[in-house]
Design a protein around this ligand. Structure first.
Ligand code: PEP
Ligand code: MN
Length: 263
């Protein structure tokens, strides 16, 4: 059902009026993890000033180490909801277990399924059974065929509001945190009718590569860019090395906006 052969037209995912997949290129920004109201609000305010509407932030953080910050959980979703209401923005947040999907519906606008859960089939089925857009990230070592099959789990349950996200894959190269598979974008767009975003933060893991990677993503036809922004990255509880501060974010947007297609 995700195949372009089954449906010729692009699927447009409507997130509070932002029509992802309509030909415009969107920016999704926000902190790696929700840490406090003030922290998320600072980013939301900056994003809003730039005319952006899509805010990300993790409340349930699937961390590699069990001793790292695991996120604020439901408390974090409540902070996101308050900010979405105050700033008239849409929020995207990762959900890691099927039983949290129902409660998340009240707080967030897009359910993110993270790279580590791309083949959590019970989670995919649960996300497919609700009427809420899903942002599905490519698994760390997933082939594009496996990625499309994961999306198929969601759509086969009746939810076609799916946004795919290339976030880099694991290779032997250590210069970047992951290897951004830039050609995944046109391949996914040819083979499926779903919108495709590129996460420049987790793919590169390097602040100095965010702008060039985002330029490549826009040029190759991504439907949007995801990037992490934190008011004070030095003290961030996760992904401290690669989150942009507000000033860097403003620079990022001013360099990229002229290159982004507007429908
Ligand atoms: C995230 O976007 O917050 C995240 C954890 O990314 P990924 O699942 O791609 O590692
Ligand atoms: Mn992160």
């Amino acid at each position: 059902l995700v195949s372009r052969k089954k449906k010729k037209e692009n699927t447009i995912v409507d997130v509070k009026g932002e029509k992802i997949g309509d030909g415009s290129q969107y920016f999704v920004v926000g902190p790696c993890a929700v840490e406090s109201y003030e922290q998320v609000a600072a980013v939301a305010e900056a994003a809003k000033k730039q005319g952006l509407k899509l805010l990300r932030g993790g409340a349930f953080k699937p961390r590699t180490s069990p001793y790292d910050f695991q996120g604020l959980g439901i408390e974090g979703l409540k902070i996101l909801k308050r900010i979405a209401d105050e700033f008239d923005m849409a929020v995207i947040s990762e959900i890691v277990s099927p039983q949290d999907i129902d409660v998340a519906l009240d707080y967030i606008d897009v359910i993110q399924i993270g790279a580590r859960n791309m083949q959590n089939f019970e989670l995919l089925k649960a996300a497919g059974s609700v009427r809420k857009p899903v942002l599905l990230k490519r698994g760390l070592s997933a082939t594009l065929s496996e990625f499309m099959n994961a999306a198929e789990y969601i759509i086969s349950r009746g939810n076609d509001q799916i946004i795919l996200c290339e976030r880099g894959i694991r290779t032997y190269e250590r210069a970047t945190r992951n290897t951004l598979d830039i050609t995944a974008v046109p391949i996914l767009k040819q083979e499926t009718h779903l919108p495709v975003l590129v996460d420049v933060t987790h793919s590169t893991g390097r602040k100095d590569l965010l702008i060039p990677a985002a330029k490549a993503a826009l040029a190759i036809g991504a439907d949007g860019i995801m990037a992490e922004v934190h008011p004070d990255p030095e003290v961030a509880l996760s992904d401290s090395a690669q989150q942009m501060n507000i000033e860097q974010f403003n620079q990022f947007i001013s360099e990229l906006r002229p290159l982004a297609k507007v429908n």
